[in-house]
Design a protein around this ligand. Structure first.
Ligand code: LLP
Length: 463
């Protein structure tokens, strides 16, 4: 799903004759800083360290598989987004990418807001002390109970996703004598260049209310008449893992057009627009993501320009990056178990995790890279497929990559850029125990989400 073809050959071939792939020109011991978090480096012995701690020590203390999250990198990325957008805009971290109480505290300390999309995420946010007014609540089918909790907690905004929800939220707020701040999520009808399952701005899908056919204008009309709602703006999220700013520009333009129509029809200038998240990150060396300041400039330029030409005052902009903040900050550490060379094809390297800790390869054909991290090696590169220990052949973590040919059981290998949508989409398939998330910072490592235990599994099984 990364935008680029695999550097070493075609992407979608299941079986390739040897020689079809060319071995990488780069030394496998050299870490590409594009895909590794900021404090990752190799020590004098060739072993990988993060936050100053060697991976072998981390594996010994916390076990494998495990996610190691570079806390100072996470905080630096939060600050980069906040600084890029400045005090005149709001950055909401999309909690679906990865959420825990520690993360919520870091967000507060770094001045970010939080986007949640379920009762569970809302509970985590509130429990960790995020002020409700800094929370945005999303979702195409929020339950009545979830809406009630969000309204009672006083969340800063609810993003309305359907006509039914406009009525539901209005009714719930009004019944409590409250006026809930809301935005309306629209689908702007652009094709984002990303995997179909994570593209969200075309009209044939479940999210949002279409601009086309006057649907969104009708939603605004209804929301403005309801006492329980304070309509503060329009929201658009076009998809995920996007590199090309063109989709955001079209989206911003169309949202501003709607604001102008609203002004013309109702004499009201809605004060905010939210352009969603979706900014791509580097999963492999081939990906070239934009920096937050470039993104901020591109978005604010287009909104300012469009507003000037529509004679509107420029609304306050908000954005909702998830992957771009947490994705690059973590890697998954695995221990190599079995190795199966297939003459003339490739070598299957089985690790102690798999699709239960990273479903993205199986689900989106996502690309990742991998490195031997417990030592360096001067052996020749060998073409590998890194697979998990689950009972199906689609259990692939890294489809095509190179590792040194002297790889052996017991070696530690790591897959970088697994901070987003890996732990948050992890499962108990085959009764796997979901791995811990360990935050590493300045020579200290601490568990922020503990490893599941067999007792956890049995506790839920009450039959
Ligand atoms: N805002 C809204 C309304 C969203 O629906 C999403 C993601 C985001 C922000 C954050 O998007 P990000 O910046 O993280 O790309 N499981 C998929 C991604 C699904 C994204 C869902 N919505 C994956 O693993 O690629």
């Amino acid at each position: 799903m990364s935008r680029s073809a695999h550097p070493a050959g075609p992407r979608h071939a299941d079986v390739l004759p040897e020689g079809h792939y060319t071995a990488p020109a780069t030394d496998l011991n050299v870490l590409d800083e594009k895909v590794w978090s900021r404090t990752v480096t190799r020590d004098a012995n060739g072993a990988l360290t993060v936050g100053g701690i060697e991976v072998a020590r981390l594996a010994e203390e916390f076990g494998t598989p495990a996610y190691f999250l570079d806390e100072s990198d996470f905080r630096a990325r939060c600050r980069a987004w906040a600084d890029a957008f400045g005090p005149g805009a709001d950055v909401f971290y999309a909690g679906k990418a990865f959420l825990s109480r520690a993360v919520v505290r870091w967000l507060q300390e770094e001045g970010l807001n939080l986007d949640v999309c379920s009762g569970g995420e809302l509970t985590t946010a509130l429990d960790a002390g995020m002020p409700a007014e800094r929370i945005a609540f999303h979702g195409n089918n929020k339950t009545v109970a979830e809406i009630e909790r969000a309204v009672e907690a006083g969340v800063g905004r609810i993003v309305l996703d359907s006509f039914q929800e406009i009525a539901r939220v209005a009714h719930i707020a009004q019944g409590r004598g409250l006026r809930q701040r809301v935005q309306i999520r629209v689908t702007v009808g652009v094709e984002a260049h990303t995997h179909e399952f994570i593209a969200t701005a075309h009209e044939d899908q479940k999210f949002g209310i279409a601009l086309a056919g006057g649907q969104a204008a009708e939603a605004v009309r209804r929301a403005l008449t309801l006492d329980g709602l304070e309509l503060i703006g329009i929201h658009s999220h076009i998809g995920s893992q996007i590199f090309d700013m063109a989709g955001f520009e079209v989206s911003a333009r169309r949202v501003v057009q709607l604001l102008a129509e609203v002004r013309d029809e109702h004499g009201v200038e809605l004060p905010e627009i939210d352009l969603g998240g979706g900014l791509g990150i580097a999963y492999t060396s081939e990906d070239d993501p934009r920096e937050p300041h470039e993104i901020a400039k591109a978005l604010s330029d287009i909104v300012t320009r469009e507003c000037e030409s529509a004679n509107l005052s420029t609304p306050r902009i908000s954005v909702e990056p998830g992957r771009a903040i947490v994705g690059p900050t973590a890697f998954t550490l695995y221990e190599v178990g079995t190795i199966k060379p297939l003459e003339g094809l490739r070598t299957y390297v089985s690790v102690d995790g798999g699709m239960s800790d990273n479903i993205r390869t199986a689900l989106y054909d996502a690309e990742y890279s991998v490195a031997l991290v417990s030592r360096s090696s001067d052996a020749e590169p060998m073409l590998v497929r890194v697979v998990g220990k689950h009972c199906e052949s689609g259990d692939i973590v890294v489809k095509d990559a190179f590792l040194p040919a002297d790889l052996a059981p017991g070696d530690l290998i790591a897959v970088p850029a697994t901070g987003a949508y890996c732990r948050s989409m992890a499962s108990n398939y085959n009764h796997a125990l979901r791995p811990p998330v360990v935050a590493v910072r300045d020579g200290e490592a601490r568990v922020i989400v503990r490893r599941e235990t067999e007792e956890d599994l049995l506790r839920l099984d009450v039959g």
